[in-house]
Design a binder for this molecule. Structure first.
Ligand SMILES: NC(=O)c1ccc[n+]([C@@H]2O[C@H](COP(=O)([O-])OP(=O)(O)OC[C@H]3O[C@@H](n4cnc5c(N)ncnc54)[C@H](O)[C@@H]3O)[C@@H](O)[C@H]2O)c1
Length: 365
């Protein structure tokens, strides 16, 4: 991809910019690290070691692209010391216990990481003079799910049924309190920090090996030559490729940095309605795209409660950030199959990921 394309998308804003990502060793953090490095940013990361094997972080040798600190978000002193040393301009907070099923097993730890982790990060950020923009990444599950059919807007109340969703609702409330108390847009001239949060849906893409997520479970089953067992075949989810919200986060961070307080609020990043499909539809379609005898069956054993479809109203991001979903579900699934076939064929996965990033950003030009 030529230099012109890179420059057109974010107007070269990220070139040489110091960006600090928490959770850079995870699925979204790894993609974001590759993307920011590709855009010429100076990328710093703070997280635990990759918690899956394999991981995109290791396959793409992201340690070579990012100045990485392996630390716990609950370790306030280490986090503060790292931020003071790095002096970042932009912080994107992704570090979290990110799984609903795990949150049923370990609710205390989920709250400690997701709520106190956010408190630690925001409290540390206010002590570092270089910081101008902070984005807390939560989820669509942070909303009080009334199981209705229209989209949730950013000013809807927080909630969350299971500990993961609820901890993210709490993380949103923490963000809002810090914005009122320490980063108030009215006093922007004094503190110079714009703080926002981003709520995205079910994010999918190559390089995810988390437990209890449909696509990773499916890829694992395919690689082992087994039938995939699916739970909740009729559950509809707002599937979107990982590059969709990540592009939204980067558009938003640029606005926070350049225009400050007017963008310091919550933002939804979700797919178009037509791409919300049920689990069975997604699974069938991947089987067709993968071919080679990939198949599935329905797991009828009782499962813990998972919220029904929750739709985001993304009018705000579309209107004010000019962010729009770009890859439909067909393209997204094709990208996932291509990525995993390349992985199966032992290709260079950093290169494969960069090619997909280029395709995505070129499409968005
Ligand atoms: N993947 C999705 O579908 C999705 C959807 C909406 C929101 N999100 C949110 O996006 C963010 C990233 O999600 P992901 O899918 O990449 O998750 P992931 O589990 O792949 O990565 C989580 C990251 O957080 C780090 N982390 C976990 N506990 C930590 C701790 N105690 N201290 C320091 N770092 C810690 C991990 O090391 C890893 O880098 C999370 O905040 C998640 O809630 C994800």
């Amino acid at each position: 991809m030529d230099k012109m394309v890179k420059e057109n998308i974010f107007d070269n804003f990220y070139k040489g910019r110091k960006v600090f990502i928490t959770g850079h060793t995870g699925f979204k953090g790894s993609w974001l690290s590759i993307m920011l490095n590709w855009l010429g940013a100076d990328v710093y990361g703070y997280a635990l070691k990759p918690h899956t094997n394999p991981s995109l972080y290791e396959l793409a040798n992201i340690d070579q692209l990012v100045s990485s600190t392996k630390g716990d978000i609950r370790d306030y002193n280490l986090l503060l010391a790292t931020l003071k040393e790095v002096q970042p301009e932009i912080i994107i907070h992704l570090a979290a216990q990110a799984l609903v099923m795990e949150s049923y097993k370990n609710p205390r730890e989920t709250y400690e990481i997701n709520v106190m982790g956010t408190v630690n990060l925001l409290d540390a950020a206010r002590q570092v003079k270089s910081v101008k923009a902070v984005l807390n990444v939560t989820t669509d599950k942070c909303y009080d799910n009334k199981e209705w059919h229209w989209g949730y807007r950013e000013n809807e109340p927080m909630g969350g049924y299971d500990p993961y969703s609820n901890s993210k609702g709490c993380s949103e409330l923490v963000t809002s309190s810090f914005r009122n108390s320490f980063f108030n847009p009215k006093d922007y001239e004094k503190h110079c920090i714009a703080l926002a949060s981003a709520r995205a849906g079910n994010v999918i893409g190559g390089g995810d090996w988390a437990d209890d997520r449909l696509i990773p479970d499916f890829i694992r089953a395919i690689m082992r030559g087994e039938k995939l067992k699916i739970r909740s075949p009729y559950a509809i989810r707002p599937w979107q490729h990982v590059l969709e919200p990540l592009t939204g986060y980067l558009m938003l961070c640029k606005k926070l940095y350049v225009s400050g307080p007017s963008f310091a609020e919550g933002w939804n990043f979700g797919p178009d309605d037509k791409d919300a499909k049920n689990v069975e539809w997604i699974t069938k379609r991947i089987c067709e795209l993968w071919a080679d005898g990939a198949s599935f069956e329905i797991d009828k054993s009782p499962q813990p409660h998972e919220a029904n479809y929750l739709k985001l109203d993304c009018s705000k991001a579309k209107t004010l950030l000019d962010w729009h979903p770009s890859w439909d579900i067909e393209t997204t699934l094709q990208m996932i199959v291509d990525w995993n076939k390349a992985y199966k064929n032992k290709n260079d996965m950093r290169e494969v990921s960069i090619k997909q990033i280029e395709k995505y950003l070129f499409h968005n030009k």
